[in-house]
Design a protein around this ligand. Structure first.
Ligand code: SF4
Length: 144
């Protein structure tokens, strides 16, 4: 793993996000993340070129897991509760694992294995059109 906690695959560009590893693709009715062959450091991307679209609406960015500083951290299990809810509430978006440049360091992969990856492409960090299952999965306990 890249650091003790590994990489969060749902980090925020401009906050703890360090490298972009996926981009929003597909169609309006079938939006999905397209995984890049190689992750790109955020410093190499100029958000001003997105013409007002927020990077977190179109990029998946990985960054160091901040553990207990994150609203999705479950202190009892010392796990990411977000990926547990995603696996629990969201159906797989594919039957085969896509290539993913951050897999060796990904917290979600280390915690839920392929069950996380099969749903991961449905996750858009800042999703203004989130389907009901994703919207429910992203709410930490106590926020429903
Ligand atoms: S859950 Fe799987 S596909 Fe998603 S970022 Fe982690 S390793 Fe990549």
């Amino acid at each position: 793993m890249e650091n003790e906690k590994g990489l969060c695959p749902s980090a925020n560009f401009g906050m703890n996000g360090e490298k972009v590893f996926g981009m929003l693709g597909g169609s309006l009715g079938d939006r999905r993340v397209i995984y890049l062959k190689q992750a790109v450091p955020v410093q190499q991307i100029d958000p001003a070129k997105l013409n007002g679209i927020r990077p977190s609406e179109v990029f998946r960015t990985a960054g160091r897991c901040v553990g207990s500083e994150c609203a999705n951290h479950d202190s009892a299990s010392d796990q990411c509760s977000l990926v547990n809810r995603i696996v629990d509430k969201v159906s797989p978006g594919t039957e085969e694992l896509a290539y993913c440049a951050i897999r060796p360091d990904c917290v979600w992969w280390h915690q839920q294995g392929g069950d996380a990856c099969l749903r991961c492409a449905k996750v858009i960090t800042q999703d203004l059109l989130a389907p009901a299952d994703i919207a429910e999965a992203r709410l930490p306990a106590g926020h429903r």
